[in-house]
Structures are given as structure tokens and as C-alpha cells.
Design a protein around this ligand. Structure first.
Ligand code: IFM
Length: 786
């Protein structure tokens, strides 16, 4: 059972806890409490094994394709977390004996996993266990684990074996060749494994330190080796009151590590280097490397972003911290060749692939809070031009057609073709997104534009940004279909953001975004022609820009952009949506688990009903907000919100922001709360395959773009705060065009503090202000965006 208020004193609202052990619902805390640093992600599985556990360790970017019928995925690296413990020769497990005071918790501030309880063995011997674990943010290759066992009532003999186990699979798929295993000096263990197709070498090293009552003990271990496994077995006796402490430090390095992109790689050297890293960490000792990790979290995360949410309900602050924790651990900020997985690095779900989730839901956090990381994520898409151009060519288009799901940048499209069972035919449902969910190409161009406008990073644009925007525009120009009868360009046979509508014509989101993409390319082409023609010359041979421009110019004004209907201002989501059957959705709107519609209908039938899986037009209203009037937003929110089941985790936060913009404060807050509960809520199975990365970005968006009202509109900063009634105030730091702004807002005053000598213009509820130093603005809230 989850609990969110166990953190006390300086850790108040920093601790996520599970206070009762259940061997049947392990997935929840394994996922939401997973540890990571962007280089790797370690699921928070118990040390002792359970049948229903999912023991995962992923290293970003190490993709491997098992065979030609599968798509590439992040392989499950060897496990170092399992410890087989015996007490007087009997296996320790919480499924035997009895347990008291069980608490498993993630401290978000220190990024530490702690599990503690008292256990009475079936023979009546009582022991106290305390496990700690961290994945270092200071040394990206390092994992620390500590186990303390105190004998409470009897003399006991405790035994455990622990090492490196590469018998791991991804749901049965073994991605590795077995490599060398070795134990040095009966202490330092090394195991090498190599992926079967991509040939990535992974080297793991581990070592243990034992102490009793704080005094180091040298216990001679028994060495063990088996197929894909190497370990040390220790045993020792404890008297009542004695505490055994075992500290285990592990390092992981791979041939994918960034330095080997630029320098020669040799496995032997990697083995030495990774072992050296472990020896250095071991010399420092567990507590010291842990302290360095905590200091890194303070410096790189908490003190940098400076968030405070002052709410009558402390959960709100915890939920935002939880989101920021996850946004940090999911992001491979160290390597621009890697993107963010839709399930982060927390589970096998979506195979570690990146979707539009990054550009539309996650990148805004980094653009405003840590632009260097946003740049790295956009460079990942720049490197992905290779795969995206391949996809365009394979489909008969020009330019850059980004894959719906992306893995290694050169891979191109990696969306699997077959998915869940069709409840009518019993066959697998075809996943059309990889073929026809195409809006991602414009979403990426949009993200580049947003990054540029918020950071002013001209160098990025010159080197990468313009090329992405031009070449994506060329894709759209070649993708448009001329309708002779209507004398307009259309985009037919797509899946829009709402994935319950397949093979639709003129999805409003897709058409508007394509139009935006082409008009942006034209604007920059014209701007560069005047100001910086060398950039255009540089791109001319690669992109045939002169011809492209002609085609953009010829087509732009003739693109069909779905418009509000006269009678009720509703914009058709696509050509047929508004003519489909309307059914009573109450039962599905009130569901406690997503996707219950599929208990009654298959996807083909859902396609014929006015029901949406997720926000579609509402995202358009959020990201291209000044294309639509407040009245149109209102009318469409009223029409589509009741038809949107929020069966995708990418939905609630967008509707929360729109509801808040429209002055529906209570609805906005309740949608926000539901968004926070996607991973944090009481449902014990919803995160089994991993956390919902986009939704975590959405939580930040709801707070900063929604309640905080921070938006970039046409390159200008607008701040229209609308805090929930029970929030006293909100503060955080953002970056705006190269300088840091500290924002503090309550229900009537917005305080902006700029860096020294910085002066800028911002708009607050329709009024322009020049701000410099500390500026207080008393504002009067308006309900609908002006
Ligand atoms: O990108 C999303 C999509 O919008 C809905 N299905 C899940 C994908 C990955 O999160």
C-alpha cells in the first residue's frame, strides 16, 4: 500500500513509500522507485528473489535486435542486485515467517532506495533488515548497495551469495553472448557480455565489503561460477545485538560509451578502466561515494531548479518533485546520440524507444530549466536525420520523415508491427503508427523552434536547427495530396495523436502542424537569405533548398486547415469524426483502469465511435495557442473533453492546462491530480512495464505552463499565473534567452528576479512590463487567454 507522507523534517514531502509487502504487486514500486542517472536505469527489485519480480538494468543506447522478426530494444543487462540470503541454512524470503514494520521507500531528495523491516523466521528467530541502494549521479557508472542485518533474539548463522548474473533476458529474449568471467583476489568480480547483433560490449565489476558492528571483517568467501554467472558466497555468525553490514559497489561501462565514438576502442582497455573505476570507488568507501551522489543531486537538480509548491495538500509538492526526479533519471544528458524512452529506463515497455513524448511533453521542461540538456536531446534528432531520411525515401517521400519510434539514431523506424490481441478475431492487432502516425515529424520541428525562441541559441540553429526545419518541411511538401475537386492540399490516411482513430483524412492536428512546419521553414529561409546567406548556401547542395522553397511557397496557402464549424465552433478532429456514432461513455469515463473500452469493442469498432483515446485538438491549442480564439478553445474543450477517455498517459496534463486556461479551475486541478496518480496513485499494476515518461513531463507542464502560466508566445514571454485555490504560492527558476529568472507567484503578485543588468519585456494578462532586478507585478487574473 502506497504512502506519501512518511518523509519527516527536512525530508517532508520528499519520500514515496510502500508500507506493506505483497509478492503479487511488485511491479509498482520496482518501476516508480527505480534508480538511475540517464546513463543507466535500475529497477528497484528486492535483493531476495520473488516469482513475480522483473529484475531490469538498462544502459541507455545499447540497443540490440534479437532477430529479424523483432525490433531493436534496450537489452536487459546482467543483474547485480540479487542477494540470496539464508538464515541458519534456510532461505530468507518475506513469503515465509512473519514481517513487521515493512517500509520500502524512495527518498527523492537523496535519490536513495531504502527498504527496512523486522522479520521472524519460521523457526522464531527475529532479525532486523535494512537495505539501501543508489545509482550515482556523480559517477555515472557506479551503483551502491548496502545491506544491514541485525540479529534481535538468537545467535544465527547468516549466509549470502552475491555477484553478477547475466542469465537475464527481455521477456525470454537473450540479447547477449556470454563473455569472460573472472574473480580477482577473491574480491573483485568482473563479467563481460556482448550484444548479439549490435556487438556492444558491457563490462560489469563488483566488490563487497563486510563489517560487524561497524568493524571491518575479512571473511573468506567461496567462489562460484556457472553459465553466465559469477558470485561469492559468504557466511558468518551473529550474536543477538550484532549487526552485519555488507556494502556492494558495482561499475558498468560499455563500448557504446561516448568516448569510444571519438577514440579507438579495445575491450582489454575497457576492462581495465572499468575495474579501476571500481577500485577507486572502493577505496573511497560506500558512505563517501554515497555523499558525492547526494551532493550531485543537490547541485545538478534541486538547487538548480529551485521549485517550491506551497499547497494545503503536501502531496502536490511531492508529485512535482517525483516528476523532476524521474525527468532527471530518465534522460541521457551525457550523450547526444541517445533519446528518452517512453517508459524511461524503468522497464521493458516500449523497448526503450523514443516517441513524440520527448518533444511535446518532456523537452519543454529542459528548455526552460536546463537548456543544455534540451540541446542534447534535439541533437539526438539531428543525428537521427540519417534514419529519418531513409524512412522518407523508403516511403517515396522527400526530405526527413521521422520514425514514430526511434532507437539508435541511424536505425530509422523501429515501431513493432503487431500488438495486443483483437478481442473479436483473436489475432494480433496491427500497429499502424509506424506507417501512418506522421505528426512526429512536425512535432520535432516545433520543438526546435521552441528551443530557439526560448534560448536564443543561434549557433544551434546554424549547425543543426535550420537543417531539421527545412528538411521536415520538404517531407510535408512531398506528403501533401492534391484534391482536384476541392482545389486544396490534404493529408490523408493518417493516425493523429488520438490513436483510437486510424486511417483518417485531414487530422486537424497533423494538418495544422504540417502547415506550421512549412511556414516556419519559409520564414527562416527568407530571414537567412537577407541576414546569413552562407547558411543557405551550405545547405543548398544537401537539401536542394531553392527547389524546396518553390514547392513550399506553391503549396502552403492551399493546405486544408480544418476550421471551426459555423453552428458550434467545433473543429472536426478529422474528416469523419463528427459523423461517427455517439455512445454513452459514462462507464468508460469512470473506469478505474485504462482501456476498459476494449472489453466491449475491438479497435475497428472503436474507430467508428466518437471517442478519443487522448488529447488531440487540445494539444494543438496548447502548442499553437495563438492560432485559435478563446471561444473556439472553449467550444472544443466542451465537445471533446467528454469524449476523451484519457486512456493514454499523454492526455490528462494537456486537458488540465486547457481547463485552467479556460477558468475551469476545479476541473483543472482534478485533471492534474489524476495525471499525478498515473504513476503515484493507488493502482498497483499500472506501472508494471515502466513509468510514464511523457506524463511526468506533463506534470511539470501542468504546474509551470498551466498553473504558473509561463508560455512562449511568438517568441515572447507571457506569464499568466492561475494557481489552484488551495495553493498559497509557487516558485521556480527558468531560463529565458540566456539568463536565469527566479519566479515567485501567489494569487495576486508575480515577482520576477532577473540576473544583474538583465532587462526584458514580459506580458502578464495582456499588459507589457519591463522587468529588471526584482520586479513585483500585481496582476488581476482573467479567465480566458487574451
Ligand atoms: O506516444 C504515445 C502515444 O501518443 C500513445 N501511446 C503511447 C505512446 C508512447 O508513450
Amino acid at each position: 500500500m502506497m504512502n506519501y507522507d512518511l518523509g519527516k523534517g527536512k525530508y517532508a514531502n520528499w519520500v514515496v513509500s510502500d508500507v506493506s509487502f505483497s509478492a503479487d504487486t511488485l511491479g509498482k514500486t520496482e518501476s516508480i522507485m527505480y534508480l538511475g542517472n540517464g546513463y543507466m536505469g535500475l529497477r528497484s527489485v528486492a535483493e531476495e528473489p520473488y516469482l513475480e519480480e522483473t529484475r531490469n538494468l538498462f544502459v541507455a543506447g545499447t540497443f540490440n535486435k534479437f532477430d529479424r522478426n523483432e525490433v531493436t530494444e534496450l537489452p536487459n543487462i546482467a543483474d547485480i542486485t540479487r542477494v540470496n540470503i539464508t538464515i541458519d541454512g534456510e532461505r530468507f524470503s518475506l513469503e515465509f515467517g512473519s514481517v513487521k514494520n515493512y517500509v520500502k521507500q524512495l527518498n527523492l531528495k537523496t535519490a536513495e532506495l531504502i527498504r527496512s523491516f523486522e522479520w521472524k523466521s519460521p523457526k522464531g528467530k527475529e532479525l532486523r533488515f535494512n537495505f539501501r541502494r543508489f545509482v550515482s549521479l556523480d559517477n555515472l557508472h557506479l551503483i551502491g548497495m548496502k545491506m544491514e542485518v541485525e540479529s534481535l533474539t538468537h545467535p544465527v548463522s547468516i549466509g549470502f551469495d552475491s555477484g553478477i548474473d547475466s542469465q537475464m533476458t527481455n521477456s525470454g529474449v537473450q540479447h547477449f553472448h556470454e563473455g569472460d568471467k573472472r574473480i580477482f583476489d577473491k574480491k573483485f568480480i568482473q563479467l563481460v557480455q556482448t550484444t548479439t547483433e549490435s556487438k556492444v560490449d558491457v563490462v560489469l565489476n563488483t566488490a563487497h565489503e563486510l563489517s560487524v558492528n561497524g568493524i571491518k571483517v575479512d571473511v573468506e568467501p567461496i567462489m562460484g561460477m556457472d553459465r553466465r554467472k559469477v558470485w561469492l558466497q559468504y557466511s558468518l555468525d551473529l550474536q543477538p545485538g550484532d549487526t552485519l553490514a555488507m556494502e556492494k559497489l558495482t561499475t558498468i561501462h560499455t563500448s557504446r560509451d561516448k568516448e569510444y565514438a571519438a577514440q579507438e576502442y579495445q575491450l582489454e582497455l575497457l576492462r581495465e578502466k572499468s575495474m579501476e573505476n571500481l577500485r577507486t570507488a572502493s577505496l573511497k568507501g560506500y558512505e563517501n561515494v554515497y555523499k558525492e551522489h547526494v551532493a550531485a543531486w543537490d547541485a545538478k537538480v534541486w538547487n538548480k531548479y529551485n521549485f517550491t509548491v506551497n499547497s494545503e495538500d503536501p502531496f502536490d509538492a511531492l508529485a512535482l518533485r517525483f516528476a523532476i526526479y524521474h525527468l532527471t533519471v530518465m534522460t541521457p544528458a551525457h550523450d547526444e546520440r541517445m533519446g528518452i524512452g517512453a517508459k524511461a529506463l524503468s522497464g521493458e515497455g516500449y523497448k526503450g524507444h523514443s516517441f513524440w513524448d520527448t518533444e511535446v511533453f518532456i523537452i519543454p521542461f529542459f528548455i526552460y530549466s536546463n537548456p543544455e540538456v534540451a540541446k542534447s536531446l534535439l541533437k539526438y534528432r539531428y543525428h537521427g536525420l540519417v534514419g529519418a531520411r531513409k524512412k522518407a525515401a523508403e516511403n517515396g517521400y522527400e526530405g526527413t520523415m521521422y520514425p514514430w519510434e526511434a532507437a539508435w539514431p541511424t536505425d530509422g523506424e523501429v515501431t513493432p508491427i503487431w500488438g495486443a490481441v483483437d478481442i473479436v478475431t483473436g489475432k494480433q492487432t496491427k500497429i499502424w503508427s509506424g506507417f501512418i502516425e506522421q505528426h512526429i515529424t512536425a512535432d520535432i520541428a516545433f520543438a526546435v523552434w521552441q528551443y530557439y525562441k526560448i534560448t536564443n541559441d543561434q549557433e544551434f540553429m546554424n549547425l543543426y536547427g535550420y537543417e531539421i526545419i527545412f528538411d521536415t518541411a520538404s517531407f510535408w511538401a512531398s506528403r501533401l495530396e492534391w484534391n482536384e475537386q476541392k482545389q486544396e492540399y490534404q493529408i490523408n490516411n493518417v493516425v493523429g495523436p488520438d490513436e483510437y482513430k486510424e486511417h483518417v483524412d485531414n487530422n486537424a492536428f497533423t494538418n495544422h502542424m504540417a502547415h506550421f512546419n512549412i511556414s516556419l521553414a519559409m520564414k527562416y529561409y527568407e530571414e537567412l537569405k537577407g541576414k546569413n546567406p552562407e547558411i543557405l548556401e551550405g545547405l543548398e547542395s544537401k537539401l536542394k533548398l531553392t527547389d524546396s522553397y518553390k514547392s513550399w511557397e506553391e503549396k502552403l496557402e492551399k493546405i486544408y486547415l480544418p476550421q471551426p464549424r459555423k453552428e458550434d465552433m467545433v473543429i472536426p478532429q478529422d474528416d469523419t469524426y463528427l459523423n461517427k456514432r455517439v455512445i454513452d461513455l459514462e462507464k468508460y469515463k469512470n473506469q478505474s483502469k485504462v482501456g476498459t473500452l476494449f472489453n466491449d469493442y475491438n479497435l475497428e469498432q472503436v474507430n467508428e465511435i466518437q471517442v478519443s483515446k487522448q488529447a488531440d485538438i487540445m494539444i494543438l491549442f496548447l502548442i499553437l495557442e495563438n492560432r485559435f480564439s478563446p471561444e473556439v478553445k472553449q467550444a472544443n474543450f466542451d465537445y471533446y473533453e467528454p469524449k476523451t477517455l484519457h486512456d493514454s498517459s499523454l492526455s490528462l496534463s494537456t486537458h488540465a492546462i486547457l481547463a485552467n486556461d479556460l477558468g475551469r479551475e476545479e476541473l483543472a486541478y482534478s485533471l492534474f491530480r489524476r495525471a499525478t496518480e498515473i504513476d503515484l496513485g493507488p493502482a498497483m499494476n499500472s506501472s508494471d512495464h515502466g513509468v510514464h515518461a511523457a506524463s511526468l513531463g506533463g506534470i511539470w507542464q501542468s504546474v509551470v505552463l498551466g498553473f504558473g502560466g509561463v508560455r512562449m508566445v511568438d517568441g515572447k514571454l507571457r506569464i499568466n499565473p492561475r494557481l489552484p485555490k488551495h495553493w498559497k504560492d509557487l516558485s521556480f527558476t527558468i531560463n529565458w534567452q540566456g539568463s536565469k529568472l527566479q519566479l515567485h507567484m501567489d494569487h495576486s503578485t508575480l515577482t520576477i528576479t532577473t540576473e544583474k543588468e538583465v532587462s526584458l519585456i514580459i506580458e502578464v494578462f495582456g499588459q507589457k512590463y519591463e522587468v529588471t532586478g526584482e520586479t513585483k507585478i500585481n496582476y488581476k487574473k482573467q479567465n480566458v487567454e487574451v
